[in-house]
Design a protein around this ligand. Sequence first.
Ligand SMILES: NC(=O)c1ccc[n+]([C@@H]2O[C@H](COP(=O)([O-])OP(=O)(O)OC[C@H]3O[C@@H](n4cnc5c(N)ncnc54)[C@H](O)[C@@H]3O)[C@@H](O)[C@H]2O)c1
Length: 282
Amino acid sequence: MAKKLAVIGAGLMGSGIAQVSAQAGWDVVLRDVTDEALARGKGGIASSFEKFVAKGKLAAAAAEEALGRITTTTDLDAVADADIVVEAVFEKIEVKREIFQALDKLAKDDAVLASNTSAIPITKIAAATSRPERVVGTHFFSPVPMMQLCELVRGYKTSDETLATAREFAESVGKTCVVVNRDVAGFVTTRLISALVVEAAKLYESGVASAEDIDVACKLGFGHAMGPLATADLTGVDILLHATENIYTESQDEKFAPPEIMRRMVDAGDIGRKSGQGFYAH
Ligand SMILES: NC(=O)c1ccc[n+]([C@@H]2O[C@H](COP(=O)([O-])OP(=O)(O)OC[C@H]3O[C@@H](n4cnc5c(N)ncnc54)[C@H](O)[C@@H]3O)[C@@H](O)[C@H]2O)c1
């Protein structure tokens, strides 16, 4: 019998997680707060499948079957028979805690409750439930169908069994997992990219090198696929500023103190590709 997955939030990440899971044979229920968000999410999945089919990477029948495994709802009660629930709503701790409080009441006793947060300590989310040992971080990367990594994050009380179930799930949808044993703010990946972007922005700000040269140095010197400033433009300077501020607040580690240029770029609306201007003009 196929396993049941519930995904909370049909945005960029939630729909990506629903897509790869349905393709891997999971029965998926995708939940968002409005029908419009659900239609957008499912529409995005359908057009992503179409692209894979057009490129010959997926059979049309398999795509149709996978799409048929995804149902949508605005009703949170739909999580009741899910083996795993993955939350992928806005990166706001109050919103996530409210959802986990509700999931605690609605989900099966043995369900694993996972969050796709990229930086919020899992312990803070798990503490909203009466079963923190069943709560874990499953941090997928964007775009989910293309990116191989899933960062699994242990909260203070996450059990070995929960971590093992989360790993089994992530591997079943084709991902390679790394385990974060203590849920420091930013985990491993967001901490590393934040440190690199902050230092790159400081070098650029102080005129040590141009944005292009900083990025070329990382690409050709270290074999990175993309330089840190181009990455900041792609991810959104605002998103990275927010992540870095959170890590700095929690760790009080000066290396995460965001440079003034990142704040001013965000104030000015130069947040990267989505606004047309960031460290580069797009
Ligand atoms: N975008 C990325 O590159 C990326 C990468 C890794 C992790 N993340 C994390 O994944 C999570 C989701 O990010 P995203 O980029 O998909 O966001 P998004 O803004 O694209 O989607 C969030 C969705 O959650 C929905 N939502 C809000 N409150 C809800 C509720 N109570 N119940 C159900 N749905 C609700 C919204 O309507 C929206 O559709 C965040 O925690 C983010 O930090 C994002």
